[in-house]
Design a protein around this ligand. Structure first.
Ligand SMILES: CC(C)(COP(=O)(O)OP(=O)(O)OC[C@H]1O[C@@H](n2cnc3c(N)ncnc32)[C@H](O)[C@@H]1OP(=O)(O)O)[C@@H](O)C(=O)NCCC(=O)NCCS
Length: 175
């Protein structure tokens, strides 16, 4: 039901068989550097299994965490997320806004894959009836801000509305 395609990519649900890839990706500091408050890398494969279990519990008609694969060789490239974003000062309570995010393996950087997958997920969001999607990045995360711009999101400046921290805030509105 959450299967999406682009010219080069297939977006599908994760399975526990993807744990090695997820562990490899999130055990790298260059991937985790700008995710969350303090950069922490995965230390054990079990953490990847638990993350995949949490993602599979997210049963939602529109929100999803996709595995992004290159279609021609089924090589896993990264994760694309569409989910509720927590409000600051609430202990993780949902803000009511929907966030799009992207985490790719370094070997998949520099090919336009993240932007191609993210643009497809935005289209999915509009097709499903959402009116607005936000993205937040660490102010130093120029690569992620470039993805926001490439998929047509508007930079609204810095905001402390989410995740109890100051982020660069981008938004996209249903065309
Ligand atoms: C953020 C992240 C996904 C960006 O990845 P990326 O590969 O730079 O982004 P894109 O998919 O938009 O690719 C754009 C690059 O591919 C290049 N490219 C090559 N072939 C391309 C093609 N056919 N189409 C488009 N771009 C292409 C572009 O020139 C650009 O390269 P440049 O950065 O040297 O200018 C990646 O850095 C990442 O996973 N970081 C760690 C996790 C993270 O911080 N996530 C964000 C949290 S907010």
């Amino acid at each position: 039901m959450h299967h999406l395609e682009t010219d080069r990519l297939t977006l599908r649900s994760w399975t526990l068989g993807d744990a090695d890839f997820v562990f490899d990706m999130y055990s790298r500091l260059e991937v985790r550097r700008y995710i969350g408050h303090a950069p922490t890398v995965m230390q054990e494969r079990d953490e990847a299994v638990r993350l995949l279990e949490r993602w599979s519990e997210l049963q939602h008609p529109v929100h999803h965490v996709w595995a992004v694969e290159r279609t021609d060789d089924e090589q896993l490239l990264g994760a694309l997320l569409l989910k509720s974003i927590p409000a600051s000062g609430t202990g993780d309570a949902p803000s009511g806004d929907t966030e799009i995010g992207w985490h790719f393996h370094p070997r998949a950087w520099g090919h336009g894959y993240a932007s191609e997958a993210a643009a497809r997920v935005l289209t999915h969001a509009w097709d499903a009836g959402l009116d607005r999607v936000v993205a937040v990045t660490n102010p130093a995360n120029t690569a992620s801000m470039a993805v926001c711009r490439r998929i047509g999101m508007t930079h609204l400046g810095q905001s402390d509305a989410y995740y109890d921290t100051v982020c660069e805030l981008f938004e996209a509105r249903r065309p």
